[in-house]
Design a protein around this ligand. Sequence first.
Ligand code: PDD
Length: 282
Amino acid sequence: MATVFLNGEYLPAEQARVSVLDRGFLLGDGVYEVIPVYNGLPFRLTPHLNRLQRSLDGVRMANPHSIEGWQKIIERLVADNGGGDQSVYLQVTRGVAPRDHVFPEGVSPTAFVMSNPLKAVPESFKTAGIKAITVDDIRWAQCDIKAITLLPNSLLRQKAQDVGAQESLLIRDGYMTEGSASNSYAVIDGVIFTAPKDEKVLPGITRDLVLELAQSAGIAYREQAVSLAELQQADEIWISSSTRELLPVTMLDDKPVGSGKPGPVWQQVDRLYQRYKQEGKV
Ligand code: PDD
């Protein structure tokens, strides 16, 4: 049984208990991170912990641990769960208090971390690409905060699942924001387009690396959202996340994207991404 961390203790997952009065449970009042671990080493850990701080600031919650404190917890949990490739899930809620919309005073946050084996992405997702659908972005107006309130994301992701697609690409006011659980990209005439880091998208850690790698290879990119019409004509479409890395979308709303195969720009950037990982860079 996996070991988890809950409020200072390391214990078997089935023994970890949170109060029914926890504001995460009652109000969805919390934030989270998902951090990939390759070969026992957390990938891009500091940027993830910086984004956690940003999310906590965004919801006016104190950080229960310093960066070094979180690093130690995560290192120990990854080791206790056998190293290798894992996916660390970290959640902080405002804590346990009588139900009230107003923030309670003097309450300690609930800090929870678990780590599960990283699910391998099916090989066909990379060789043939994935299917995506476009849906209205029905989420709130602060999608840059990694809040645990994922009901809209979950509803939108399920719509993809229902029609045998692997991701929903979200359209707000006629423009693509991101995926239901990923950042998204369109390649048009050799230029990578991805929505700018504003309140409409999560500032993805994988997205930052994808753009860094593109820059290092001299591939042009623009942090500019594409319209639905541009998306439908794009040569390539991709998604990225900590758990799925960088995947090509080859079918959009049942129509082939570009050639209908993973495109050359994706292949180039994915090669750089895989090399970066294999070199043990973190
Ligand atoms: N989600 N946008 C949304 C809405 C996301 O939920 C995620 C990741 C991303 C990609 O961010 P990053 O590259 O930092 O993982 C973008 C995680 C994996 C999840 O909720 O499980």
